[in-house]
Design a protein around this ligand. Structure first.
Ligand SMILES: NC(=O)c1ccc[n+]([C@@H]2O[C@H](COP(=O)([O-])OP(=O)(O)OC[C@H]3O[C@@H](n4cnc5c(N)ncnc54)[C@H](OP(=O)(O)O)[C@@H]3O)[C@@H](O)[C@H]2O)c1
Length: 332
């Protein structure tokens, strides 16, 4: 027997070594596949978002698909105003919500000059005030069959800074406006949509949800909330014929980015609000998650290639340069 074991010993040793080597190379193969497939699936999803409007250019009839009325929050400026104008041109009646009555009245006039066949109602509300504002809005929306809710209102830092430097009120407003308003506005309109078996909720999030974003930490975190909120809401309500769109613009030339004059110049990658909104409305009813604009979709594809830790570092660097812009602008 001992002779037999002695005879087998080099073979057993060799077999263990072989098994170890096979195990090692299998592990390497799995890691390489994972490293390749993860960005591959993220990038192919981003590519799909760009391709859908090209493959399917026929406009969706928003009025018959979702309903005759739309509510747009934060609609006296920037993306919200441009989005409302675009809906008006498609014959949809509007309810505009913002803080300032004069600006709302002016926006209503402008929109009626685009299409005077529609009805435009206005509601003044400051979403930074929290829960109390929704009672008033609920009364105003009672009996109006809302087909589309555009949760557009959003607040950004006045300029990029670390969390400890952001004034307490500003942080609280960002959370109330970006998270609270979208959540409670949705809760107000979604039972009616469910009853009618149709409707759309557009949550205007941001490309800043793609990874943590130092120096805009809380703003980006509120947009991650909107992503999760949108995806779970879709799972809850799509069976009732309700579309939930998570819209993730990158930079758009609006006053929100006034901290850097580089972002106040329109270009292919930083479109003006009208160009952006026209394209974003075009995606509604066609795709549930989208940047809303082809050039942002292309930027997304490249953004999603590096791993999250690297994107976080790049984001920090980018915001440091915007912060420098802000201080340079201030001294001029
Ligand atoms: N611009 C970008 O580069 C960019 C990029 C990604 C995502 N987004 C998102 O897109 C959305 C719109 O951004 P924007 O750039 O168009 O903003 P904006 O130009 O600053 O316009 C904001 C609108 O919201 C209203 N508003 C502000 N605070 C409010 C409050 N507390 N209560 C009620 N209304 C309020 C403003 O009107 P009043 O002042 O009259 O109230 C205005 O009509 C936001 O959710 C933002 O996070 C923007």
């Amino acid at each position: 027997m001992s002779n037999f074991l002695q005879l087998m010993h080099p073979w057993i040793h060799h077999r263990e070594k072989m098994l170890l080597a096979i195990g090692f190379w299998l592990l390497v193969a799995v890691l390489v596949l994972w490293a390749l497939l993860d960005p591959f699936s993220r990038v192919s999803r981003a590519l799909w978002e760009v391709l859908v409007p090209i493959i399917n250019p026929v406009p969706v009839d928003l009025k018959s698909k979702f309903g005759e009325w739309a509510v747009v929050t934060g609609s006296t400026d920037g993306i919200g105003k441009a989005y409302a104008r675009e809906l008006a041109s498609r014959g949809i009646n509007l309810i505009l919500i913002s803080r300032t009555l004069e600006r709302l009245e002016k926006t209503r006039e402008e929109i009626l000059s685009v299409n005077n066949q529609i009805q435009v109602k206005i509601i003044t509300a400051d979403f930074s005030k929290g829960q109390q504002v929704f009672k008033g809005i609920e009364c105003e929306l009672k009996d109006v069959p809302i087909g589309i809710l555009v949760n557009n209102v959003g607040k950004q830092y006045s300029y990029p800074m670390v969390v400890g430097d952001v004034p307490e009120d500003e942080l609280w407003d960002i959370i109330n406006v970006n998270v609270g308003a979208s959540t409670l506005m949705t809760r107000l309109v979604i039972p009616g949509m469910k009853k009618r078996g149709k409707g759309a909720i557009v949550n205007v999030s941001s490309g800043s949800e793609l990874q943590p974003l130092p120096l805009m930490t809380v703003y980006a975190a509120t947009k991650v909330y909107l992503k999760s909120f949108s995806e779970a809401l879709r799972a809850e309500y799509e069976e009732f014929g309700i579309t939930i769109q998570h819209l993730t613009p990158l930079f758009v030339n609006t006053k929100m980015n006034a901290f850097s004059d580089r972002l106040q110049v329109s270009s292919a990658f930083v479109p003006d609000a009208t160009t952006y909104a026209r394209s974003a409305v075009e995606t509604l009813g066609k795709i549930d998650t989208s940047t809303g604009y082809w050039a942002h979709g292309i930027q997304n594809i490249f953004t999603l290639i590096p791993p999250v830790w690297m994107r976080t570092k790049i984001g920090k660097f980018m915001n440091e340069t915007f912060r420098d812009d802000y201080f340079k602008q201030k001294t001029i």
